[in-house]
Design a protein. Structure first.
Length: 224
């Protein structure tokens, strides 16, 4: 009994130590998309993020854009938005790390292998920041698996994983890596709820800090 009690105390101490070192932030998304026809669509999105669990808010963004489907498996986008990063240590502490307006063209390629869906996204960012103009390029590859009993031409559940790298045309070239594991639930054909885990690493060059985040998103898709 003494040995069991001692082992339990040591295990509890280790878990407490790890929990104190591990700060899980929050990452929240609201996205609305409007399909004008089979080719053209428009979207708007807002995000707010914190470095601790719904505390120490340090970042928000809002953006919008237009999509054009070249063919069934190719989608082009032109987007723009405002991206605001604040100092760490509390909720929206001044001075800001970065005050940015961004324009970003991108292309997404879709492919299916059996029930698996593979997505590749290429994005170029023109960044007008409080520290001057910067270029940045992003590549994301993801895989998803929809499942559940099909209704109204969609399956209600989906699991997905993706990895995205960020790089520039100046040193240090590679600046960020972002990994996501997520579970999606579609209560209806027009809406999706996402719950995911993000691990992000970066070099902290006056930009958003790399951490671990619980991601919660709500996506609404409307049609003409």
């Amino acid at each position: 009994m003494r040995q069991l009690l001692l082992a339990s105390i040591i295990l509890w101490s280790n878990q407490t130590s790890i929990a104190q070192k591990f700060d899980l932030g929050s990452w929240n998304i609201l996205n609305v998309k409007y399909n004008y026809n089979d080719k053209w669509s428009f979207f708007g999105e807002g995000q707010i993020r914190s470095l601790k669990f719904y505390n120490h808010y340090h970042y928000y963004e809002y953006k919008g854009g237009i999509n054009y489907k070249i063919q069934k498996n190719v989608l082009m986008t032109l987007g723009a938005g405002s991206y605001q990063t604040y100092k760490e240590g509390g909720n929206f502490i001044l001075p800001k790390y970065n005050d940015e307006f961004r324009i970003w063209p991108q292309i997404i390629l879709f492919q299916s292998i059996g029930k698996l869906k593979i997505e590749q996204r290429y994005r170029s960012e023109l960044r007008f920041t409080s520290n001057g103009f910067r270029n940045r390029f992003r590549y994301r590859i993801g895989v998803s698996y929809p499942f559940g009993k099909e209704k109204n031409e969609y399956k209600p559940f989906q699991i997905s994983a993706s990895n995205e790298i960020f790089f520039t045309d100046k040193e240090p070239y590679f600046v960020r890596n972002r990994m996501l594991l997520a579970f999606n639930y579609k209560p209806s054909k027009e809406s999706t709820i996402l719950i995911g885990y993000i691990h992000q690493f970066d070099y902290k060059i006056n930009d958003e800090t790399g951490r671990d985040f619980l991601q919660i998103g709500y996506f609404i898709e409307l049609s003409k």
